[in-house]
Design a protein around this ligand. Sequence first.
Ligand code: NDP
Ligand code: MG
Length: 431
Amino acid sequence: MYQSPRRLCSALLQRDASGLRRLPTPGLRRQSPPPAAAPRPASPRLLVAASAASGAARSCSRTVCSMGNGTSRLYSALAKTLNSSAASQHPEYLVSPDPEHLEPIDPKELLQECRAVLHTRPPRFQRDFVDLRTDCPSSHPPIRVMQWNILAQALGEGKDNFVQCPVEALKWEERKCLILEEILAYQPDILCLQEVDHYFDTFQPLLSRLGYQGTFFPKPWSPCLDVEHNNGPDGCALFFLQNRFKLVNSANIRLTAMTLKTNQVAIAQTLECKESSRQFCIAVTHLKARTGWERFRSAQGCDLLQNLQNITQGAKIPLIVCGDFNAEPTEEVYKHFASSSLNLNSAYKLLSADGQSEPPYTTWKIRTSGECRHTLDYIWYSKHALSVRSALDLLTEEQIGPNRLPSFNYPSDHLSLVCDFSFNEEPDGLL
Ligand SMILES: NC(=O)C1=CN([C@@H]2O[C@H](COP(=O)(O)OP(=O)(O)OC[C@H]3O[C@@H](n4cnc5c(N)ncnc54)[C@H](OP(=O)(O)O)[C@@H]3O)[C@@H](O)[C@H]2O)C=CC1
Ligand SMILES: [Mg+2]
């Protein structure tokens, strides 16, 4: 059982009036009573908006997925136009492309709708934030970053073969509510997601109305497109709260390996904090999976590091890199990141007693090939310029249960990683 050494705090942090998040006074792990199943609302208005859009997008992907290569770019363009054409039939449902005119959603109302849809599911797992502060409190509110491979719907239902997960548990109408509930529970300022194949019809419309600005970069040849009745290509998505950050620049990166273009991608964005005017780079990636591809992932990792060197002008600005690296800490690509001249550290090592070991797992599933328990997901950060103030503890083995993930309790085969960061005092060349 993985022991987290430091004080445990309740997972649900309260935002007080000033927007500051307070870690409740540390104490024993408090098992908050499971949330009462909210009464089913008369009409789940907000979620209906998303599924109305999914009808449009699905019809689009059915048209598109039979086409040949290069469909993901065409899909993205088609999905956008269809979404806008669907908007003409249900103007109140689909978001307008102009973020200035979005009807905001009350996160509490959306959470209530999700919980009503999930009223037959077991209550959410309790996860605690571990307080990692070692220095004086920062004058600015922390920056909360969530890293999560949310499991593409087409892969979960059509390709991943999670043999111990009941098909029922993967139904999109409920699984999407588990994903949204996790996002609403931890209220990240920045979301770094992989295996997003419901961007245009679910996450973009709902998260933009919660105040996020989103970017999606699909895989050039997504395995989702091999699955009948898919929803389009999967890819990486990056969302940030517009009331906290301004976008300075954004780069969609198609990763190379030995100078060849590959099927894996990344997004790197430079953001400026509106409170402190401090700039930083946030990146999300999803490296090639499977054993036997270690050298390939190593080459992709080097390519990503080179891109990030250029974007941060040789680490002149702090950097946070989130991803499903599909690599254990023993792999070459992990060592490249740990020894990079970008001076990166892996945030989740700080949960270990010696601060030097990664968690025992970030993904745990059972496929036809057997049980796979691995540490593949990481949040890297500039270790001189940033401090990790807290990190969300992992699910315990007993919470995960004998059939592992995904399950009726948890929507993905990968756990979400969530960290609160703060800038260190102005580092003169300490990056
Ligand atoms: N790359 C190319 O040049 C071309 C690719 N394609 C298509 O692309 C697909 C390859 O996609 P790509 O994303 O590069 O491949 P990856 O090997 O990176 O894996 C694709 C997905 O499969 C999941 N996965 C990993 N291990 C297994 C497993 N043992 N069983 C089932 N699923 C698993 C991964 O999830 P996780 O990351 O969570 O482990 C990942 O999301 C091919 O299947 C083909 O459909 C088609 C033509 C050309
Ligand atoms: Mg996967």
